[in-house]
Design a protein around this ligand. Structure first.
Ligand SMILES: Nc1ncnc2c1ncn2[C@@H]1O[C@H](COP(=O)(O)OP(=O)(O)OP(=O)(O)O)[C@@H](O)[C@H]1O
Ligand SMILES: [Mg+2]
Length: 401
């Protein structure tokens, strides 16, 4: 008895440490990882996972788990009716289950995807300010069954986790929205100046045409800012599910070339493709990878020089695929390299050269990381730049860098 009490006391001490740890991060990804690790630890289970609940769409999304293949699972919609997690959300109650396979509410898809059967399960709702934000589940108790003590430990952790998740989400949204609003100011200011000038009687026909042309360009920019912003906000919230399918990378590169060819011709830029025969099929979300290649190709054209060229190449290594986009453009200054993937960042020296939002590379990074891959850049001023995208073959996860 005394031993159990000491164990519990140690457990609660550990919870206090964890609470401090959770409160100290506002990065949602890092936070969720820490919560699941802590949940597996305090409940003595093999694995733990988090599902987040979206009040607006009334949907539950699988987010992270300790030892599962995260990119495949992330964003997977788990039905509210017909899943244990859904039951927890609707009833706002914890559950302790000895054999999940025999429970009629059990949603088997997660098990099928991971190939790891769930036996015992302990789930608690994540509630803050009377709102359910998600569900925390501990899976497969290592020794024996989940106890009442485990349930109360996980509930305490859940309460702390819910507050921390809410804070991180608010921070993320306010951060992104305030940056977006800031970015809106410049085009709005130039639109307002342009319309004011158009109304001036002394403007010549030629000047008016020039102003209308500027207005048109600014609205184009606002339009792409809005759609890129939405893309990024969705990707950052972790609600995008990647639909993986097998496809031919060389075909994808030719398709991207076709889409961008007229733009390249306008700038007198040649696009070459280097893809060896017999490249193995690649498994990923084709549309999203196409978005990455198009973004990189568009940059390679925009920041190139007249009569320059772009080489799109694909290669298959033992464990990963590499897609590279190499240009003969202006290059990127050394001090800008570490900021390239930041939201809204544009290199000052080349900002005036082409229209852009500074979100393209942030979107690419989110998509590539969502596939468990990474990106590398090499650049030499006046010579050119190459972006390489490394993606794991067979949908396996690579460690994040
Ligand atoms: N191939 C390249 N060569 C030189 N500079 C580049 C290259 N690719 C990107 N950059 C620099 O990095 C910045 C960020 O690129 P990113 O694709 O994120 O935004 P963008 O191209 O400005 O806008 P968008 O992609 O929304 O049109 C660019 O503004 C440019 O300064
Ligand atoms: Mg771009």
């Amino acid at each position: 008895m005394a031993e159990i009490k000491t164990q519990r006391l140690d457990g609660y001490r550990r919870l206090i440490e964890i609470a401090r740890d959770l409160a100290s991060t506002l990065d949602l990804d890092i936070l969720l990882e820490r919560i699941v690790r802590a949940a597996a630890e305090v409940s003595g289970s093999e694995a733990a996972s988090i599902l987040l609940y979206d009040n607006l769409t009334r949907q539950l999304y699988f987010q992270v788990a300790t030892n599962l293949d995260e990119p495949t699972m992330r964003g997977l919609v788990v039905p509210l009716e017909g899943s244990i997690a859904g039951w927890i959300v609707i009833n706002r109650k914890s559950v302790r289950i000895v054999n999940a396979q025999e429970d009629p509410r059990f949603f088997g898809t997660v098990d099928q995807l991971t190939g790891r059967p769930t036996q015992s399960l302990l789930g608690v709702p994540l509630i803050t300010k009377n709102k359910v934000v998600g569900v925390l589940e501990a899976l497969n108790k290592e020794h024996g069954k989940f106890t009442e003590g485990d349930e109360s430990m996980l509930s305490v952790l859940g309460a702390q986790a819910a507050v921390a998740i809410e804070n991180a989400r608010l921070f993320q949204q306010s951060d992104l929205i305030s940056e977006f609003v800031h970015e809106l100011r410049t085009p709005l200011a130039s639109l307002s100046t342009a319309t004011y000038l158009l109304l001036r009687p002394e403007m010549s026909r030629e000047q008016q045409e020039q102003i209308i042309h500027n207005i048109y360009n600014e609205t184009l920019r606002l339009n792409s800012l809005a759609s890129s912003f939405l893309d990024l906000a969705r990707l950052e919230s972790g609600r995008v599910q990647f639909h993986k399918a097998s496809f031919n990378v060389a075909d994808l590169l030719f398709e991207c070339k076709d889409i961008m060819n007229s733009k390249a011709e306008e700038e007198k830029i040649q696009i070459h493709i280097e893809a060896p025969d017999g490249l193995p099929a690649f498994e990923a979300d084709r549309d999203k990878i196409k978005q990455v290649v198009l973004n990189l190709l568009s940059n390679a054209i925009k920041y190139n020089r007249p009569n320059g060229s772009v080489t799109l190449a694909a290669e298959a290594g033992e464990n990963e695929f590499c897609i590279s986009v190499q240009d003969t453009g202006v290059g990127i200054p050394e001090d800008a390299m570490s900021h390239l993937f930041e939201k809204f960042y544009r290199v000052r020296e080349t900002e005036g050269k082409a229209i852009g939002t500074g979100l393209g590379l942030s979107i690419c990074k989110q998509i590539v990381q969502g596939h468990g891959g990474r990106m590398e850049v090499k650049s030499k001023m006046g010579v050119g730049t190459s972006f390489c995208v490394y993606l794991p073959r067979s949908g396996k996860t690579m460690p994040r860098l």
